[in-house]
Design a protein. Structure first.
Length: 95
């Protein structure tokens, strides 16, 4: 299901970038970030045995992430944005 969504999102973002050449369009993959955390929980000082638990290091409940995970997402988005050229146009930048 998410693969279809991601394909449609990329296509829609590229169409928007094609139509609005003065717009800067970027896609950030939280999916890839979450997999990095799940695959390497110790790199983030997370207890591997609780990585998928509600009220664990990543998940506050069945849907919402913890404040600590929000911080990891925010840091990753900041790094992504900092790595971008000042004014790219006409193409979709993706990580």
């Amino acid at each position: 299901m998410y693969n279809r969504w991601n394909t449609c999102l990329r296509s829609g973002a590229q169409s928007f970038a094609d139509e609005k050449s003065d717009a800067t369009v970027m896609l950030f993959s939280s999916h890839e970030l979450f997999h990095r955390v799940w695959d390497n929980p110790k790199d983030y000082d997370f207890d591997e045995s609780k990585i998928n638990d509600e009220e664990g290091p990543v998940w506050f409940d069945f849907l919402h992430i913890t404040s600590r995970m929000h911080g990891i997402v925010a840091d990753a988005v900041e790094q992504f944005l900092s790595a971008q050229a000042a004014f790219p146009s006409g193409e979709v930048t993706e990580v």
